[in-house]
Design a protein around this ligand. Structure first.
Ligand code: ARG
Length: 457
């Protein structure tokens, strides 16, 4: 079929070229935004006297009907069209006749696609924000249940100091809270309407861009028409925020995988979120967490491709920019799917408190507390206290015991400053309770963090 833009050429393009050129198969998902944009455009054109009220009514009614038919599944985006914009216009003209051809007055697909993308991405990002908030709420609940659950905290993946599991979970809640706020910041910058920038230079028609923007719920308009049609910062910035979300989920997944292993056995995932092996009968694998970790790479890839697509593009629109869609859509779909499986996986996991506690008791993670006790109670300079505590650890290793069980004579042999009270100071419950500095791991501090995060939600 000859193209709508036939004129300068006969519009009879090669079928393979058509297929290569078409974006309808993937930009069809923006039909809602495209139609809403066109409805606002028709209303604005009539308001400015550029088309008649009755023409605008016909356009708007036709557009609503197309929207309804698409929503109800009576109509599907025809993927043989060049893109969703052409599809809607073609369908409208087929339904209402020549009046349909007036819709594209004072606009171009260049500002139209920029508009649709901004609207679509703002809608999608709002869903992701909601899902993040649900996950954060789950983390707060789990952290509350585990505000007294002692586990080893790690540095270099070596047992370092005792913490409570609730504290560990709240670290992720803080990351995800920043992710939500990043999406909010992104929205503020994306919330400017490009429609009316037209092909690149604005228009000779007496349009009202601000009216159109406010009908669509935008808070502002893009103030330079060249920038309005050629800017894809909002795609890149969103991809970067999605990448950071995935990086957080991936780190969390890595810990879930470690904690589920026989080596750690800190948690057990619900059967609903694990798989077995086709050959090894004993296996219970954390595939969901591994996939989330893996899919992080995919989202990073989309960010990298978009940065690369935009690099070196001259102003204004270039067809290269049609490549924005699949990557951003895939990144959104990926983050959505990951959150859909990750949140219930966390909500249903069992915390193996005794194993966490046991691991905390075995790793000399109270050695800092022993040194701190010498400093605070006996006035031993910290650097000296650190050395003495280190010697006690070495003694324990030699005797195959732990600091809590090392006899007082052994301590005395290291330094006469040691006395019976040291045992109270290195008790793990005491160790975490005493880390009551703001943001520390004490149960009270964890409860304060939960309160703060819940208020933010
Ligand atoms: N499908 C196109 C895209 O996604 C719409 C804009 C087409 N503009 C043009 N001048 N060919 O970028």
């Amino acid at each position: 079929m000859a193209k709508m833009w036939a004129g300068r050429t006969d519009g009879n393009t090669d079928a393979v070229a058509d297929d290569f050129n078409s974006s309808a198969a993937f930009d069809g998902r923006m039909y809602r935004q495209d139609i809403k944009g066109s409805i606002a455009h028709a209303a604005m054109l009539a308001d400015r006297g550029i088309i008649s009220e009755s023409d605008a009514d016909a356009l708007i009614c036709g557009l609503y009907e197309i929207l309804k038919d698409l929503e109800d599944g009576r109509l599907a985006v025809d993927t043989s069209c060049e893109d969703v914009h052409m599809f809607v216009e073609q369908e409208l003209t087929a339904r209402i006749g020549d009046i349909g051809k007036k819709l594209h007055t004072a606009r171009s697909r260049n500002d139209q696609v920029a508009l649709d993308m901004r609207m679509y991405l703002m809608d999608e990002a709002a869903h992701i924000s909601d899902k993040l908030k649900t996950l954060i709420a789950v983390l707060c609940d789990k952290a509350e249940e585990n505000a007294n659950t002692i586990m080893p905290g790690y540095t270099h993946l070596q047992r370092a100091q005792p913490i409570v599991f609730g504290h560990h979970l709240m670290a992720y809640a803080m990351m995800l809270l920043r992710d939500v706020s990043r999406l909010t910041d992104w929205r503020a910058r994306t919330n400017s309407s490009p429609i009316g920038c037209c092909a690149l230079a604005g228009t000779t028609y007496d349009t009202d861009r601000r009216m159109e923007a406010s009908l669509l719920g935008f808070s502002d308009i893009c103030l330079n028409s060249l920038d309005g049609v050629s800017d894809r910062d909002f795609c890149i910035e969103l991809l970067s925020s999605l990448s950071i979300i995935m990086m957080h989920l991936s780190r969390f997944s890595e810990e879930i995988i470690l904690w589920s292993s026989w080596e750690f056995k800190f948690i057990e995932l619900s059967d609903a979120y694990t798989t077995g092996s086709s050959i090894m009968p004993q296996k219970k694998n954390s595939d969901m967490a591994e996939l989330v970790r893996g899919k992080c790479g995919r989202v990073y890839g989309e960010l990298m491709s978009m940065l690369t697509v935009m690099k070196g593009l001259p102003l204004a629109y270039n067809k290269d920019m049609q490549e924005d869609k699949e990557g951003v859509f895939d990144a959104l779909d990926t983050v959505n799917k990951c959150l859909d499986v990750f949140t219930p996986m966390i909500a249903t996991m069992t915390v193996l408190e005794n194993n966490m506690k046991k691991a905390a008791q075995e790793g000399f993670i109270n050695a800092t507390d022993l040194a701190d006790w010498l400093t605070a109670e006996k006035g031993v300079p910290f650097r000296t206290a650190y050395k003495l505590a280190g010697r006690c650890v070495a003694r324990c290793i030699k005797l195959g015991t732990v600091l809590e069980k090392l006899p007082l004579e052994e301590y005395k042999a290291v330094s006469v400053e040691f006395s019976e009270e040291l045992y109270g100071a290195i008790d793990l419950d005491t160790c975490v309770k005493r880390r009551s500095s703001e943001g520390g791991t004490s149960p009270d501090s964890v409860i304060a963090q939960i309160k703060y995060v819940r208020e933010k939600l």
